[in-house]
Design a protein around this ligand. Structure first.
Ligand SMILES: Cc1cc2nc3c(=O)[nH]c(=O)nc-3n(C[C@H](O)[C@H](O)[C@H](O)COP(=O)(O)OP(=O)(O)OC[C@H]3O[C@@H](n4cnc5c(N)ncnc54)[C@H](O)[C@@H]3O)c2cc1C
Length: 257
């Protein structure tokens, strides 16, 4: 990277790498200079002139950038795909990020009930918000109920933060409902939890928990299909509004791919 370009970037080093499966890893980066961000924002990782946004799982007070990464599937991989390069990184390797964090996928201060809905790595911004909340980042008035956290994945070994979320559930901070969409596959033989796509299981839970549209914000993050099914995203014209929006719920949306 050229010297003049470096002014726009911060150098980071990989300090931890946790591989969950062939497709998923959690990478922790230590910035060489302070990197400010709000819970829910993303950083832009740059390698070999390729730049991609990644939501930050860590909370601002932690001083580290934790990223939950899914590698692009083989059949979609290009020479310009960044994730194969990120998966090859090892502890001590250098990675550059753009100097400014970005994104408006933040906790809504006007809502009193917060429902988080994620597909796999889409849990990242919610982890940052939850860790920040536990650390006292938000005004106490902002959160009057536990967070409701729904996470969908194909397999039970893909959740990434399930142990942390289950542990917080016992303290009353949140309710965590993980669900797998391929319950009959061998890889899920030890899965005894909820089954079905997260967008399909959500609404019965909203009824059970008596979560109506008033003062509720539903945050949708991850795969486009889940978000289009539930939310307000109408990039492809002619698509109908999602099921939650039709029922009067307010949504915030962050589409990854
Ligand atoms: C605001 C924002 C935050 C994001 N945060 C995260 C994050 O926290 N973790 C994360 O893993 N990704 C995140 N992404 C996605 C990320 O920026 C990249 O798009 C992704 O990592 C693929 O990059 P790539 O260069 O490897 O693949 P590309 O070469 O860009 O992808 C090639 C093609 O494959 C599709 N594709 C890429 N990855 C997948 C996939 N896993 N499943 C299905 N199709 C795919 C792309 O849409 C594209 O059509 C985020 C995206 C946005 C917009």
């Amino acid at each position: 990277m050229m010297m003049e370009q470096q002014q726009n970037y911060i150098q980071t080093h990989v300090v931890q790498k946790k591989t969950l499966s062939q497709a998923l890893a959690i990478l922790t980066l230590k910035p060489s200079h302070p990197f400010e961000f709000k819970p829910g924002q993303y950083c832009t990782v740059v390698m070999d002139e390729i730049a991609r946004p990644y939501s930050i799982c860590s909370a601002p007070h932690e001083g580290l950038l934790e990223l939950f990464l899914e590698i692009v599937p083989d059949e979609l991989r290009q020479s310009t795909s960044l994730t194969p390069k990120l998966f090859h990184l090892n502890i001590g390797d250098t990675v550059f990020i753009r100097k400014k964090a970005k994104g408006l996928f933040l906790l809504d201060p006007t809502a009193s009930t917060h429902v988080f809905v994620a597909t796999v790595t889409g849990i990242a911004p919610f982890i940052s918000m939850i860790r920040s909340y536990v650390h006292g980042y938000y005004q106490p008035m902002l959160i009057q109920e536990p967070f409701y956290v729904f996470q969908g994945a194909s397999y039970g070994d893909e959740f990434g933060y399930d142990a942390q979320l289950k542990s917080l559930e016992t303290t009353g901070v949140l309710r965590y409902i993980p669900t797998v969409s391929r319950p009959n596959e061998e890889r899920n033989q030890n899965w005894h939890g909820k089954t079905g796509r997260v967008n399909l299981i959500l609404e019965p839970y909203l009824e059970e928990f008596k979560i109506g549209p008033k003062n509720t914000m539903i945050y949708l993050c991850g795969h486009r299909g889940m978000i289009e099914y539930l939310g307000n995203h109408r990039e492809k014209s002619g698509k109908p509004l999602g099921t939650l929006v039709k029922k009067g719920y307010q949504t915030k949306e962050e589409i990854y791919f």
